[in-house]
Design a protein around this ligand. Structure first.
Ligand SMILES: *Cc1c(COP(=O)(O)O)cnc(C)c1O
Length: 366
């Protein structure tokens, strides 16, 4: 079986985790600090603040903006539910632009259509490991005085015109088990703003500046040294992992390039994709049998695949009648959710595995 994602942590990780256990410092300590400084370097951001998961990273990034009820955040309709849940937990109202089929990310035009006097934050999602168009979105944010919070949960080390995802505004990353870099559960917030980083550090630790001196109503958003020790050894090998992912993506594109009606993912000019997912759009006539295609890939060819995501993020009963979830037309996302299918692209695929994946998809579509 070729799984859609693989977690493989080696001897170096085992020994570093053991060091932490033996050190007696198992909550937030020096390993978290080391992970923060090395991650800031990867992103090209001045500051990085580690937290306990990617959802909290988003929540905290919004909480420090002191939003009022009714303040609006514009985000992508095609994302993991955490993006929307974070907006709601921060007490803001969510609005949705639409995506471009070329990069699956929020478009500047659709953002402009959703701007209101209450808009306070733009929250693009760098889906599958490729950034949104940060020139266009950053331009709107600057022109309107909006905060820019990037959901970079899938985009560790991705770049847009040489700049790292998470370095344009406040960057929010996830280290969940299946992400490109992992601590099991974990997250990171990056920023170039020293004051914001300071507020995030205080918020993360019960709003406490010094022992029993509280300056805001905070929370426990802390990461542990045990978690940081799981991620640290991955950083040294990450460039090599990205080379593998990129080579696998290029080979898949080559092997699938002539399949009629199949839309392949692209790396757009000026962007460095980190291939968290390799997501194709099935030919329209195959969309209704997507579940059967997934079953056949698995049962007949031993190939894992996944649907990220099967519906637009607001299209669930639990969000339907909420005043803080404002839905607009999202024709591109509506089409993409019906046709998307993610194939294995991870760094542990052999050359033969990549051929197996492509051959299997060709077979089930023919
Ligand atoms: C994984 C993910 C999150 C949430 O991260 P967790 O660490 O699972 O809380 C948020 N947004 C996107 C796009 C994600 O893929």
């Amino acid at each position: 079986m070729i799984p859609i994602s693989v977690v493989r942590l080696g001897a170096e990780t085992e020994s570093l985790v053991l060091d932490v256990i033996r050190s007696g410092i198992i909550a937030q300590g020096p390993k978290v600090a080391e992970l923060e400084s090395r991650f800031a370097e990867l992103v090209g951001a001045e500051h990085a603040v580690a937290v306990n998961n990617g959802t909290t990273a988003l929540v905290a990034a919004l909480q420090v903006l002191d939003l009022e009820p009714g303040d609006e955040v514009i985000t992508s309709p095609f994302t993991f539910v955490a993006t929307l849940n974070a907006i709601l937990e921060a007490g803001a109202t969510a609005r949705f632009g639409d995506i471009a089929v070329e990069d699956f990310n929020l478009t500047a035009d659709s953002v402009r259509e959703n701007l209101t006097p209450r808009t306070k934050v733009l929250m693009p999602v760098h889906l599958y490991g490729q950034t949104a168009d940060m020139t266009a979105l950053g331009g709107i944010a600057a022109e309107r005085g909006l905060a820019l919070v990037e959901d970079a949960a899938q985009a560790h080390g991705a770049r847009f015109e040489g700049r790292g995802a998470g370095s344009f505004g406040t960057g929010c990353f996830s280290f969940y088990a299946t992400k490109n870099l992992t601590t099991g559960e974990g997250g990171m917030i990056t920023t170039g703003d020293a004051d914001l980083a300071d507020r995030l550090r205080v918020l993360r630790n019960q709003g406490m500046r010094a022992r029993y001196e509280y300056e805001m109503a905070g929370h426990n958003y802390r990461m542990t040294d045990l978690q940081a020790a799981v991620a640290l050894p991955q950083l040294g090998g990450y460039a090599g992992q990205l080379d593998r992912r990129r080579a696998n993506a290029a080979r898949l594109a080559e092997l699938l390039g002539d399949v009629d009606g199949l839309v392949l993912p692209q790396q757009l000019p000026g962007r460095e994709h980190v291939w968290h997912q390799f997501t194709v759009l099935l030919p329209a006539e195959h969309a209704e049998r997507r579940e059967q295609i997934i079953d056949a890939l698995r049962d007949e060819h031993g190939v894992g695949s996944g649907i990220y995501y099967p519906r637009t993020v607001f299209d669930y009963d639990c969000y339907r009648d909420r005043e803080d979830v404002v839905v607009s037309d999202t024709p591109v996302a509506d089409d993409v959710v019906r046709r998307c299918l993610s194939l294995p692209v991870h760094a542990y695929l052999s050359d033969d595995d990549v051929v197996t994946v492509a051959t299997a998809l060709r077979a089930v579509l023919s």
